[in-house]
Design a protein around this ligand. Structure first.
Ligand code: AMP
Length: 285
């Protein structure tokens, strides 16, 4: 596995592979790798000749009061885990390499995908995400790029951008990897104390309760949201940020839920802001 930090180094490495018509899978990450990230690598490995992983804590997707400074970073461990998982190239650039001096061009998705959910409490977040993903796609020029369903809104936003800008890479979504007790893996789980971690299980449990309610015939968007909000709020260590129920593909919000439906929630447990979601298939009645 090669580790490169600059764009010229990356180009030197990828140019012959492109000339050879090798397929390239890109896995963008902010590092602090866990099994969730490695599942994206496994998917990319299965579909492509070459797997490139970017490790870059992207400053433009953090608001000034967020955890950019505190975000866990351990490149040495990431290199080891990525090598074991079969990554061929790690691209771990410094900020200047991604955002040249004077940088002033941003990409913004302005549809239902960026209305509400995480966009409400993290203004500017998705603008930072789409901008960095567009840059990474342009630098690596992958055949396919892999993103986790864990960040369901991010995936929907990136799919929208890829369609609207006719980006050549195929955008591939991958299922959420969870600990055996249901907690979705996240680099931010490192912020949790043992009691907060136990409390955080309420997220997935509440989403499961929504699934059961839907399967028992409750298709009202408002009622499903209220149910999940009430269940999360019943956990004293949880501070609910949002609960949403949306059409899974375009993130529009119909009053009566139907088809592939995303139920998503965000809550704070101590200093950790965690998100989780499930997709429920609701058949027409
Ligand atoms: P991050 O490093 O948090 O920006 O995540 C990099 C990629 O890994 C994103 O596409 C995430 O959606 C994905 N990811 C993070 N956690 C998980 C998880 N538990 N299961 C699947 N994918 C994940």
């Amino acid at each position: 596995m090669k580790v490169v930090k600059t764009v010229p180094e990356l180009n030197r490495l990828l140019a012959p592979l492109r000339a050879d018509d090798k397929s390239i899978g890109l896995v963008p990450t902010m590092g602090s790798l866990h099994e969730g990230h490695l599942s994206l690598v496994a998917a990319a490995r299965a579909d492509n000749d070459i797997v490139v992983m970017s490790v870059f804590v992207n400053p433009t997707q953090f608001a000034p009061d967020e955890d950019f400074e505190a975000y866990p970073r351990d490149l040495e461990q990431d290199i080891q885990l990525a090598a074991e998982a079969g990554v061929d190239v790690i691209f771990a650039p410094l900020t200047d390499e991604v955002y040249p001096p004077g940088f002033s061009t941003f990409i913004e998705v302005a549809g239902a995908e960026t209305a509400g959910l995480c966009a409400a409490s993290r203004p500017g977040h998705f603008r930072g995400v789409t901008t960095v993903v567009a840059i990474l796609l342009d630098l690596v020029r992958p055949t396919r790029a892999y993103f986790g369903q864990k960040d369901a809104q991010q995936l929907a936003v990136i799919r929208r951008m890829a369609i609207d800008l006719a980006l050549p890479a195929e955008i591939v979504g991958c299922p959420i990897v969870r600990d055996p007790d249901g907690l979705a893996l996240s680099s931010r789980n490192a912020y949790l104390s043992a009691t907060e971690r136990a409390a955080a299980l309420v997220l997935y449990r509440s989403l499961q309760a929504a699934r059961e309610a839907i399967e028992s015939g409750q298709h009202s968007r408002d009622k499903i949201i209220a149910l999940v909000e009430r269940l999360i709020a019943a956990e004293p260590l949880a501070e609910v940020q949002y609960v949403e129920a949306r059409d899974a593909a375009g993130l529009v919000a119909p009053p009566t839920l139907t088809g592939e439906t995303l139920i998503a929630a965000a809550a704070r447990f101590g200093t950790a802001r965690l998100i989780d979601n499930i997709i429920v298939e609701i058949k027409e009645t």
